[in-house]
Design a protein around this ligand. Structure first.
Ligand code: SAM
Length: 487
């Protein structure tokens, strides 16, 4: 019998992310970290199992997953990585979805101590894009080859009200430059009201992303000393309001380095369990950002930084616990770390990113404005280099946005994941959008490698009819300048 109130079905932050339950979980994980029979049974449970034409995965509870994270046995950690990759391949194949962030405004009224946009930072240049500037940024992003964006803004009801964000979304979708189009806009803005989430949904957004930063309430309040973001419950319950407002694709994340990683990990998995329990669908994505140097922010001031090895293990354990979620790693990480994470279950990466407001238009590929930047970018390669690197490492870079445009969101997306139809649906979509990229934006060498990849991967489409249609569409993309096919 537990004396505290932990309930994944509750809508109260402190009941679905319960501090005592996390502490008991961590104690249980520590006590069982050398319990190899238990660990082996958890690993077995995590494995994908064939079902009909597809695969299913049981996922893990926050307790089971925490035991794995605590385990220090090298051989078993290697198995965690293998299973993470197995799950990724079972549900997402070898596709990696590509996106870029678009910073709209760095005006912010919050006091987040790890973020240079905090209100007290008086020397950082403040900038908010006009609609003409949004258009210029979108054209620059389209000219790189992007089809999917994550828009970012500080929280400021006067400078960046919801109307401003909605105007920006409309502008972004309206820009049609050459063969370019932004087909999915994900939104990373501060926690807001059900009514505002409804308006975002009506504006046609993809995923609503909000990082929890930390699940540890006391630390959360210290790290967000002032401004609306100080309210832990309002922030933690945001995804429930988003879902109430009709957004069924939501993206979770923790800013690793702020608190003890084992605590954050248990909280994150509990949050996923809560969404599944209440809304019948888990998070569409989970991001794994780590604190970076930025204007007046020194990452060494935070004592919970984690090594690359631990970071990889966390990523693999998230993949085992929440098997159907998309996992995102940004350009905060170096090429080397990103390469490793791609083997631990990551399914989305950003490329060619700028984290400043107005950082794309008017700058050459190696020019980088720093004055309004949110954090340093470690992977500074161009999108073309990222695309080529993915292909050289056996992945298919995908610019696909079909699921959300065909209404396959929330649990409908999860059903597709489990159905085994990915090779007949997502795989051809990835190849067709890659072909668009190669024709319109790639360097000659990337194009050469990409066309070989497409040729090889077309042959893997199991359904003969789908394979034939995909082949015809690819011919039309290459020879007739046709665009935007999708299954
Ligand atoms: N203002 C919004 C909010 O309150 O959630 C959203 C967006 S903010 C532009 C995106 C994310 O960047 C934050 O949620 C935070 O986790 C991350 N971030 C802030 N400062 C960072 C830093 N110094 N290094 C790495 N990531 C950082």
């Amino acid at each position: 019998m537990t004396a505290y109130k932990f309930d994944p079905h509750s809508l109260k932050a402190e009941e679905f992310i319960n501090d005592e339950e996390i502490r008991e979980t961590l104690a249980y994980a520590e006590a069982h970290k050398n319990d190899f029979p238990l660990i082996d049974s958890i690993l077995e449970k995590a494995r994908p199992v064939k079902k009909g034409k597809g695969c299913v995965c049981a996922g893990l509870t926050h307790r089971e997953a925490s035991v794995l994270l605590a385990c220090e046995d090298k051989e078993r950690i290697a198995r965690m990585f293998d299973i993470a990759e197995e799950i990724k391949l079972a549900f997402y194949g070898n596709r990696i979805v590509i996106f870029a962030p678009l910073y709209l405004s760095n005006y912010c009224v919050n006091g987040c101590v790890y973020c240079p946009y905090h209100l007290k930072n008086k020397h950082i240049a403040r900038k908010k894009l006009t609609q003409d500037e949004v258009r210029d940024e979108v054209i620059a992003l389209q000219d790189m080859g992007h089809k999917r964006l994550a828009i970012e803004a500080g929280e400021d009801p006067v400078n960046n009200p919801i109307e401003y964000i909605l105007d920006c979304i409309n502008t972004i979708y309206s820009v049609k430059h050459k063969n370019g189009a932004i087909r999915r806009v994900n939104v990373n803005i501060a926690a807001t009201t059900v009514e505002n989430y409804r308006r975002l949904k009506e504006a046609g957004i993809g995923t609503y992303i909000l990082f929890q930063e930390t699940y540890h309430k006391e630390s959360y309040e210290q790290l967000h000393p002032t401004g609306p973001k100080h309210n832990y419950a309002y922030h933690t319950e945001a995804m429930d309001r988003a879902m109430e407002g009709g957004i069924d694709d939501v993206g979770l994340g923790v800013l690793f380095g702020l608190e003890l990683y084992k605590y954050e990990f248990a909280g994150l998995i509990m949050h996923a369990e809560h969404l599944e329990a209440v809304h019948g669908v888990g998070p569409h994505t989970i991001s794994v950002p780590r604190i970076k140097h930025a204007d007046d922010i020194d990452p060494s001031a935070f004592d919970n930084s984690i090594s690359d090895e631990i970071f990889e293990k966390i990523t693999a354990c998230i993949r085992l616990a929440v098997p159907y979620t998309g996992m995102i790693v940004s350009t905060r990480e170096t090429e080397e770390v990103r390469s490793k994470l791609l083997r631990c279950g990551v399914s989305q990466v950003s490329g060619g990113s700028r984290t400043s407001v107005g950082g794309y238009a008017g700058y050459s590929p190696d020019e980088r404005p720093h004055d309004t930047e949110q954090f340093d970018v470690s992977d500074q390669r161009s999108l073309d280099e990222v695309v080529r690197w993915l292909m050289e490492n056996g992945h298919i870079p995908s610019f696909c946005t079909a699921c959300y445009r065909e209404g396959r969101t929330g649990d409908r997306f999860m059903s597709l994941c489990k159905s085994g139809q990915i090779l007949n649906c997502c795989h051809p979509n990835a190849l067709m959008t890659l072909c668009e990229y190669l024709e319109d934006y790639a360097s000659p060498e990337t194009k050469r490698i990409g066309l070989e990849v497409i040729d090889r991967e077309l042959a893997r489409i199991p359904n003969e009819k789908v394979r034939e249609i995909a082949r015809e569409h690819i011919e039309a993309i290459r020879n007739d300048n046709a665009r935007d096919f999708r299954f």
